[in-house]
Design a protein around this ligand. Structure first.
Ligand code: 5GP
Length: 215
């Protein structure tokens, strides 16, 4: 009974163990738009800023979208054990700085990592209590339409690049069985997608006796 009361007190006072969430989505699924809207409705969620060796896109700012680092700096972070996970994607390195997760946890915040499938598998192995969410397009035709539309908006339609991304998406979709939740981001139904992810986060926050958080 005492243990149960302690759990109740922790939940009631908002001092339950922080949770780690992963959101993976094939390129072009609309993950960043979804996350932008999600931040407005879910409080107490730190979205980690990853380190990457890829170059910034024109609208990206270092320290906001990513920490853009050199190959040498990335290797230093990895060798010093400062990355919770890392993965190579499209010839570039990406990794989650472990201190960001620790700092957010010490503030009592949950953390969301927007990472690809290899990184998600690593995090799950290291921290089995991580909640893995896969955000998917409604199908390959839907994804092709999204990629073609985005390319047309940028004024650079490269069929080879679209074919490469579709192939990559199929490899990522094959990993869905390793995830806890699957959310389909139907075209034109952003609100529904955001509502579903928010509901998953809320349900996991209410879970009784979560296993110990990242130390
Ligand atoms: P992009 O270059 O389009 O921003 O991201 C490419 C892929 O890398 C996306 O699937 C994105 O979620 C993933 N990614 C971004 N940051 C990380 C990270 O820190 N670790 C891993 N494993 N993947 C990441």
């Amino acid at each position: 009974m005492t243990g149960a009361l302690a759990v109740l007190e922790r939940h009631a006072s908002g001092s339950r163990s922080p949770r780690l969430f992963v959101l993976s989505a094939p390129s072009g699924t609309g993950k960043d738009t979804v996350l932008g809207a999600l931040r407005a409705v879910v409080r107490g969620l730190h979205v980690a800023i990853a380190a990457t060796t890829r170059l910034p896109r024109p609208t990206e700012v270092s320290g906001t979208h990513y920490h853009f680092v050199s190959e040498g700096e990335f290797a230093r972070l990895r060798d010093a054990g400062e990355l919770l996970e890392e993965a190579s994607y499209a010839g570039r390195w990406y990794g989650t700085p472990a201190d960001q997760v620790r700092d957010a946890f010490s503030r009592g915040e949950d953390v969301l990592l927007k990472i690809e499938v290899q990184g998600a598998a690593t995090v799950r192995l290291k921290h089995p209590d991580t909640v893995l969410i896969f955000l998917a397009p409604a199908g390959i035709d839907d994804l092709r339409e999204r990629l073609e539309r985005a390319a047309a908006e940028r004024g650079v339609v490269d069929p080879d690049e679209i074919a490469r991304r579709l192939g990559e998406a199929q490899r990522e979709i094959a990993c869905i069985p390793g995830y806890d939740y699957l959310v389909v981001n139907h075209l034109g139904r952003l609100d529904e997608t955001v509502r579903r992810i928010a509901a998953i986060i809320e349900a996991e926050r209410a879970r009784v006796s979560p296993r110990p958080a990242l130390s």
